[in-house]
Design a protein around this ligand. Structure first.
Ligand code: AKG
Length: 385
């Protein structure tokens, strides 16, 4: 098949399985005698490049001494794991040549991962990739199950767990044999399981440049020309006339949501505050409806709302295992905005919204534990109050 036909018919849209009846075809790309050497080289950077996939979770060989790495991999492999060696495209001359040819076609990055699966092993659960994928099986056979796109042409920022309940029946089941080729468009959900023998396959991640990247570049270079793009939100809360058409092209709602994400990102990236700043402790009693509560000094909060609900983001307290974002249903919007804007002490019962006191107390208890709120200075906290 010619590249033009592939682009016109398959790219980003349709699965392609080419059967070849030529089991040795891909062996020069990853010869069996190179596997151990590649593993040892990947081991030198093993923090990122070697994983044992057990029950859908990739495990890194943290703390395993260099000399024990091969034994660590063998042990997991024998126990039924799939071993993943990442980013091996430059390791073997034949493979590096193919990668360069693909890069010329893609006009973007090409990343190669090797999957070594024990008989019967299943690596990742049903998932999709935010890049196009070309699979070349080097040895053995795998059963692949493919569903429809979960998201059309997703970007890396849209990577998400696949909700099995949303999947519906597979669109195709196929057996991929050594020498075959499989193309899986980005966003299409897939899952693979080794059949009765050990298998090795190479997955080429194809990172075609997108319109998103081109427009990001346009925006970056426009900011050299237009001072209105370079203004801070503080100095210029409304867009200057020269950038109004640009802002209008995105639409007001998109701009408000983007503004929210910028603010939430800033708040979440702040250094965690020491627990000592908070007057509350994990051991104290649950809040009561007349308790006086206040924000922990130094705590910044940002409330945002979209179709999925309302969220309050704040910096983490150093020993809190709580997420620094609390998501709530839309009916909690008034409560979150009240807490987000509070400047002084307030009683739990003052929290507004169409909610009952039990909900108010649960909400406050969560924020006390997360370290955003504390009891107001002078509030007794013992149980015999
Ligand atoms: O073989 C597997 O378990 C996963 C394969 C896969 O998802 C891939 O190669 O992209």
């Amino acid at each position: 098949m010619q590249p033009d036909e592939f682009v016109a018919t398959y790219l980003e849209r349709r699965l392609l399985h080419v059967q070849r009846q030529d089991a040795r075809r891909h062996q020069p790309l990853f010869p069996p005698e190179q596997v151990e050497q590649t593993l040892a080289r990947a081991g030198a950077a093993r923090g990122e490049r070697v994983r044992a996939i057990i029950g859908d979770t990739p495990h890194a060989p943290h703390g395993v001494p260099d000399g024990d790495l091969v034994a660590w991999v063998r042990g997991h492999y024998r126990a039924g794991a799939t071993i993943l060696l990442s980013n091996i495209g430059a390791e073997i001359p034949e493979l590096a040549r193919l990668v360069r040819a693909l890069e010329e076609f893609v006009k973007g990055r090409v990343n190669v991962n090797a999957y070594l699966s024990a008989p019967g092993s299943r690596g990742f659960n049903a998932h999709f990739d935010p890049h196009d994928v070309l699979v070349l099986p080097v040895s053995g056979r795998k059963h692949w199950t493919i569903w429809q796109h979960y998201i059309e042409a997703p970007t890396a920022a849209q990577r998400t767990q696949v909700d099995a309940a949303r999947l519906g029946p597979p669109q195709q089941e196929l057996e991929l044999a050594a020498g075959d080729l499989l193309y899986v468009p980005r966003g299409m959900v897939h899952q693979a399981r080794a059949l009765g023998e050990a298998t090795v396959h190479l997955t080429f991640g194809l990172f075609f440049p997108t319109w998103h990247e081109v427009l990001e570049e346009c925006l970056a270079s426009a900011s050299h020309q237009l001072v209105g793009l370079r203004r801070s939100l503080a100095a210029c809360p409304r867009p200057e006339p020269e950038i109004e058409p640009l802002v209008a092209a995105f639409g007001e709602r998109a701009v408000v949501e983007a503004f929210d994400r910028v603010r939430a990102r800033f708040v979440q990236q702040l250094q965690p505050l020491p627990r000592a700043l908070s007057a509350s402790t994990a051991a104290e009693r649950a809040p009561r409806i007349d308790d006086q509560i206040e924000r922990v000094p130094g705590m910044i909060a940002h409330v945002s709302e979209d179709a999925s609900g309302v969220r309050i983001a704040f910096p983490r307290i150093s020993d809190a295992d709580y997420a620094f974002e609390l998501a709530q249903p839309a009916f909690m919007a008034d409560a979150l905005r009240f807490v987000g804007a509070a400047r002084g002490p307030f009683a739990v019962r003052d929290i507004p919204g169409e909610i009952d006191d039990e909900r108010r107390l649960r909400f406050v208890a969560q924020l006390l534990r997360a370290g955003l709120l504390q009891r107001a200075a002078g509030e007794a906290v013992s149980d015999d109050k």
